[in-house]
Design a protein around this ligand. Sequence first.
Ligand code: TYM
Length: 341
Amino acid sequence: MSDRKRVFSGIQPTGNIHLGNYLGAVKNWVAAQDEKENYFCIVDLHSLTLPQDPQELRFQTRSLGAMLLAAGIDPRKSTLFIQSHVTAHAEACWLLNCVTPLGWLQRMTQFKDKSARQESVLTGLLDYPVLMAGDILLYDAHEVPVGDDQKQHVELARDIAQRFNSLFGEEFFVVPEPKIPAVGARVMGLDDPTVKMSKSYAHIRGHAVRLLDEPAEIMRSFKRAVTDSGREIIFSDDPEKAGVNNLLGIYKAITGKPEAAVLADFAHARGYGDLKKGVAEVVIDMLAPIRQRYDQLMQDPAELDSLLAVGAGQAAAVAMPKLARMKEAMGLVLPPSPAGG
Ligand code: TYM
């Protein structure tokens, strides 16, 4: 392992990636690439925990690969790969299932929310955080950069790591830390600033800004954003001001300006209309070059597939030996290595 901190994070190829995913996670992955040893994973196995259309899932998996590269993930600095290409992930999940008490999974808030919305709840949905723990632990990642909604899952991964370590050998796994950004950790829905922007509601018009939305559509979504009946443009925890606070938070996360400078930019705004337009403009400007690179990458699927295959090879070189050590620690008999291996 190099001296640099190891980073692992993942994103589901379900639906189009939105501004919350970008500001809460991807933007920060891109920014820290030089300092760390990075593994970024398109977690297609996680997407299977809710019913998917197979054609659509295949398309979205490649599309997300292109989008992450377009957003600035550099394959020379980071390992980008598809989770199901590295079979260690599914296997590690099974091994970790066998040290994880059921009660730990039943109390996960995301499981409770998602299962409440399903008529029939799949076993995979309950097991989702164990697959995620396997993702992280196989790489001995020190840091897991995620949005606020994934913090509980990373904490569960810590609990599972500690349990495994106490059963099978102190220091077997690095116990990972969640890394939640100071700004952009919880981008709220534009149509309802009391709920987080979510892929599950992305089909509702005006809820999410998807990175592939046309500029005119982005402007429309912001113009319709729910605010309040007042006129005050301020950062505030007051639930009444959640809409304005969300818009200012998006602007702050994109421009990187301190709060005073953000407020100064809107000091002469004539009401919320100007605020919405100003925020929409910085979003549209930020996305324009990303969309352009995305379109180019999607024109060459063979090149995209080969970049992802290289990533899978690099990831497997770390994950497969760790998986073998897990099996050995748990008492499984390893198959004899091939002659000369
Ligand atoms: P996913 O695909 O739901 O989301 C990807 C990343 O986007 C963040 N995010 C948000 N951040 C701010 N505001 C929002 N409204 C918002 N919505 C989503 C998420 O916190 C996440 O960082 N289980 C994970 C994927 C995963 C993973 C992993 C992550 C699988 N294995 C290992 C880290 C490490 C998920 O479904 O993310």
